[in-house]
Structure formats: structure tokens, C-alpha cells
Design a protein. Structure first.
Length: 122
């Protein structure tokens, strides 16, 4: 298989559609799971795009990985700022699990998005 991320993009896309449809109709999935699966779907799509650029072992691919790492460290700070703002401004007693799931989804998506930004910049 040339690009192994295509299968994951298709899988997580269908899983996202099923979970969102289930949550709209009052299904069995807990709140927040759709965020995680949408983030996984987005990540798989991003990796479909960046895989040919990153899988090589040349200087350009190393620079892309380094730049993506720098961007991701910045996104960690942004995510912690968002988390702190949400914790301080809203009462999150009942929605703590939803907040945790949303932050997991944020970081999963940011790993892939920062790699796409690095590929586009280089």
C-alpha cells in the first residue's frame, strides 16, 4: 500500500459519521467522543497529504519534522492557555470528561495540522 493513512482516513471518517449520527439521535456514545473521532479523521487526512513528504530520509524531510515539532510545542502552550481559560471562566463539574476529550482531540489534530503547515512552509 503506497499510503497507509488512506485506510485510517476512511475508517475514522465513517466512525465519525456514525458517532455523530448516533449522538444526534440520542445514541449510546457518551458526549465528546465525536470530537475525538473527528480529530482522528482530520489527522488521518492530514497525514495522507504529508506522508510522501515526511517518509523520505533527506534534509527536507528532517527540516519538516523539526519545524512541525516547533509548531506543535507552540500549540501545546495554546492548548494549555485554552484549558486554563475554560477552567477559570466556566463551571466544569459535570463536563470535565467532555473537556478532557476535547483537549485530547485538540492535541491529536494539532499534531497533524502542524505537520501540514510545516510541509506547506518548506
Amino acid at each position: 500500500m503506497k499510503n497507509p493513512w488512506k485506510f485510517l482516513a476512511i475508517f475514522f471518517g465513517f466512525a465519525s459519521i456514525l458517532i455523530i449520527a448516533s449522538s444526534v439521535t440520542g445514541g449510546i456514545f457518551p458526549r465528546g467522543d465525536e470530537f475525538v473521532f473527528l480529530a482522528l479523521f482530520l489527522s488521518a487526512l492530514c497525514y495522507c497529504y504529508t506522508w510522501p513528504h515526511v517518509k523520505r530520509e533527506d534534509e527536507r524531510a528532517q527540516y519538516i519534522r523539526l519545524l512541525a515539532g516547533k509548531y506543535f510545542i507552540t500549540s501545546i502552550g495554546l492548548g494549555l492557555f485554552i484549558l486554563l481559560t475554560v477552567v477559570l471562566l466556566w463551571d466544569i463539574d459535570l463536563s470535565l470528561l467532555l473537556l478532557v476529550k476535547s483537549m485530547i482531540a485538540y492535541y491529536i489534530a494539532m499534531i497533524a495540522i502542524t505537520q501540514v503547515i510545516a510541509v506547506r512552509k518548506v
